[in-house]
Design a binder for this molecule. Sequence first.
Ligand code: KG4
Ligand code: ZN
Length: 351
Amino acid sequence: MMKPVLGIETSCDETAAAVVDGDGRILAEAVLSQLGEHAPFGGVVPEIAARTHLRHLSEQVRHTMAAAGIGFTDLGGVAATSGPGLIGGLIVGCQFGKGVAIASHIPFVAVNHLEAHALTARLPGLVKGGAPFPYLLFLLSGGHSQCIAVTGIGQHVRLGGTVDDAAGEAFDKVAKLLGLDWPGGPALEKIASEGDPTSHPFPRPMARRPGCDLSFSGLKTAVAQTVLRIGPELTREQRADVAASFQQAVVEVLADRARHAMDMMQGRFPRANLLVVAGGVASNAAVRAGLADAAMSRGFRLVAPPVRLCSDNAVMVAWTGVERLRRGWSDSLDVNARPRWPLDILEAVAG
Ligand code: KG4
Ligand code: ZN
């Protein structure tokens, strides 16, 4: 049996560490959110993120190893997110991981953050025995919105994605227009629950178009114009109505795109019947409900990991390490952190 793997995640504003064993059991996990550091600036400040990772990562790893009750020499490997993301934080995590690997004489895995989100569904706790390949991944985070056919470890077919903003980015920008606190997604979902989703007929960009590309900039502009028309001082009720109508438009667009993506998926992989969601937006209850309905309409099952495993975490990084190491794949210590790292070149890297 494979020994446990230490995972490290520092690609954005969470400093996270986790230990996962060869069977996918989570021995320990910790996420330190930097929200408080960035909130005064209304968004993630890369330099502050990097320095905060540097300040907290060693302690975070030490605590997680202690909670798992093992020492570094008990590890079968160390996996660190090495891209894509904010380069300062990636360098901190990637180099720290290599340091642990050198000192403990264990292999190092440079993890692609998107693949880590993609492989979360293969943790045995979510689908009995882990999601079998191929499955459809709908990745909806602050930086990425993509439909991907996950056909194997390091094997992906991109079916579509956003042509402008990511879904989370759209939530954040509309929340800002409504004067809500950053990060906007959770705040917007909260106030939307008080509003009428039919009060504003916002557009449904891309709906019913062929393929499964997404677009949010037209919707964002429509919201901005509405807010401008209502006037400088929106009441709480007006804010709630705009938020609910915006969220409804997003849910309908995502459901439409997911239906198209499932059709494309079944065209290429007739056995496929799982729709997996990941990314911060997947923690939105209305989005989950909309995607569950869409999945049912196509005979698919929706796999929505618990919220803590949808947003950025190190369990998914450690698990990606397990999946790669048990195939005998590890990375040379010459591998460097890279801010851009599309999924489709993974196969070559794994090669
Ligand atoms: O995956 P994630 O934690 O970080 C990365 O971007 O990698 O996603 C964060 C994004 C933010 O844009 C945030 O506003 C959005 O996910 N988000 C939500 C909700 N929770 C987080 N959007 C809508 N509803 C939510 N409940
Ligand atoms: Zn992420």
